[in-house]
Design a protein around this ligand. Structure first.
Ligand code: AMP
Length: 474
């Protein structure tokens, strides 16, 4: 069975789980899908190469899935594979609203795409309403194929446009709280990957969803699909993934954290010999190693998972983080998860005291130009006073619990944490950079730590304010 078939099976199984059992949807309804194909290439040997989702959206199976589940995507293939994510997002939103009364659920591969789309919507809703009213497409859509395909679907609908306009005018005063529930009255849930590096977006998604269920999607990768969320009713924070043993041959490499203070280690974990699926233990952390039926032999996935329990004999995995340490200067070692927790603490101060909101973040371990220290870049929405931002900076510095970091800060072998506030739109520029270099928007994940010189140039060139922590007294 090919990877595509297995993805189809997984998606079909999942939509049965969601639609028939937990959140029933109406047959013949529509799906608002923020999905984007990237380019496919041919190898010298004639094989087609691309990301899993790109293959999938271009495949017959994508059509078959819609026919079998009797739920149809709002956008035509010309929008999905348009190649310009800004134009595709506009058309996804326009068509999603055009069919708003029929939309049964809203989805994307990773939660980032939904949040990104609605942030865009906040700025373009008037234009979308004009297009719905007149059955037109504004000049921003320059792709002839996309224009033709969308214009073939829509026709003037002044009453719908006025209804949406009225809702948006009210929603704008509420900072778009409950946007999804209000504009898509038939939607039953929002479905996307919300765990791991997507967790920071779940609060914003919840804000937009306005009480609508957030269903955290399954655990997979381009190499192989891995596990299904068999408890779709659980909030994203509590979701685990039941490994589907037929997706690949899975092995689990035990990881131990005993070496946290070992300065020579470049990685946080001690590894043990991989064990088969039947030998995993509850509470133990592992790295997944998989062998696919289509060629990849013993591929290390680079993810850390914890066995949370079993579902009918198969392990249920808690996604912990990407394997590599991301912030390390000295004896300090902080993972993506550690950074996420620290940023969460800082952003709580930003929201509660500063009345502003964190849009996105990344970090960098600065070791070249100044005293070695961590830099955290924040894009924020709203105006927060400098005093509050300074407090956020201190809060983050003191929230890193890693012993190596705390000791290094106390002995001043690592300098004060620096918070850089960047201009609105900076993370969009970063996204553009990755898309321009061939990444697929559907699978894009903001790097939580970067040493990429181009990205650092964008970040440093967009920094408007800098704060140095005084949490350790200097
Ligand atoms: P890709 O290489 O773009 O195919 O992405 C695969 C990676 O995305 C995995 O190795 C994970 O790190 C991440 N990922 C995929 N599904 C999930 C999930 N449900 N929760 C957390 N991370 C995920």
């Amino acid at each position: 069975m090919s990877l595509i078939h297995r993805i189809l099976d997984h998606q079909t199984i999942n939509s049965w789980t969601c639609e028939k059992m937990v959140y029933p949807t109406r047959e013949g309804g529509r799906i608002l899908e923020f999905i984007y194909s990237s380019k496919q290439f041919k190898t010298k040997g004639g094989l087609t190469v691309g990301t899993a989702t790109t293959h999938y959206y271009a495949s017959e199976e994508f059509k078959i899935k819609q026919e079998k589940t009797k739920c149809f995507t709002c956008s035509p293939p010309e929008v999905i594979s348009g190649g310009d994510y800004k134009q595709s997002t506009y058309c996804h939103l326009l068509l999603g609203l055009y069919f708003c009364d029929q939309v049964e659920f809203i989805t994307s591969t990773f939660a980032y795409s939904i949040v990104q789309a609605f942030r865009e919507f906040e700025g373009v809703w008037r234009e979308i309403c004009d297009d719905i009213r007149q059955g037109t497409l504004g000049e921003r859509i320059t792709s002839p194929k996309m224009r033709k395909a969308v214009l073939a679907i829509i026709s003037p609908n002044p009453s719908l446009a006025s209804r949406i306009e009225e809702s948006c005018t009210a929603l704008e005063t509420l900072n778009w709280l409950g946007l999804i529930a209000k504009l898509w009255p038939s939607a039953k849930y929002v479905y996307s990957i919300m765990t791991g590096s997507m967790q920071p977006y779940s609060n914003k998604l919840r804000h937009y969803a306005g009480g609508l269920a957030l269903v955290s999607a399954d655990y997979g990768s381009t190499e192989s699909w891995i596990g299904a969320n068999v408890d779709p009713h659980l909030p994203p924070e509590d979701v685990t993934f039941a490994v589907i043993p037929t997706f690949s041959y899975f092995e689990f490499m035990p990881l131990y954290r005993e070496n946290r203070d070992c300065s020579s280690a470049i990685d946080d974990f001690i590894e043990d010999e991989p064990v088969p699926l039947s030998k995993v233990k509850v509470g133990q952390e592992y790295e997944i190693v998989l062998t696919t039926f289509t060629g990849l032999y013993r591929c290390r996935l680079g993810d850390v998972v914890e066995v949370a329990g079993f579902h009918r004999g198969t392990p249920k995995l808690n996604f912990i983080c990407r394997r590599k340490l991301i912030l390390t200067i000295n004896i300090d070692k902080n993972t993506e998860k550690d950074l996420q927790l620290v940023v969460e603490k800082g952003s709580q101060v930003l929201t509660s005291k500063g009345g502003a909101e964190l849009v996105d973040f990344t970090s960098h371990a600065e070791v070249e130009n100044h005293q070695g220290h961590y830099i955290i870049y924040w894009e924020i929405k709203g105006e927060a006073e400098d005093g509050i931002l300074s407090e956020c900076c201190n809060e983050m510095d003191s929230s890193f619990a890693d012993h190596g970091y705390v000791v290094s800060r106390k002995t001043s072998s690592i300098g004060p944490l620096e918070l850089c506030v960047v201009k609105i739109g900076t993370f969009k520029k970063i996204l553009d950079y990755f898309i321009g270099n061939g990444s697929a928007l559907s699978q894009f994940k903001t790097p939580r730590c970067t040493s990429n010189q181009e990205i650092l140039k964008i970040l440093n060139g967009s920094t408007t304010k800098r704060f140095l922590s005084t949490a350790y007294g200097y």
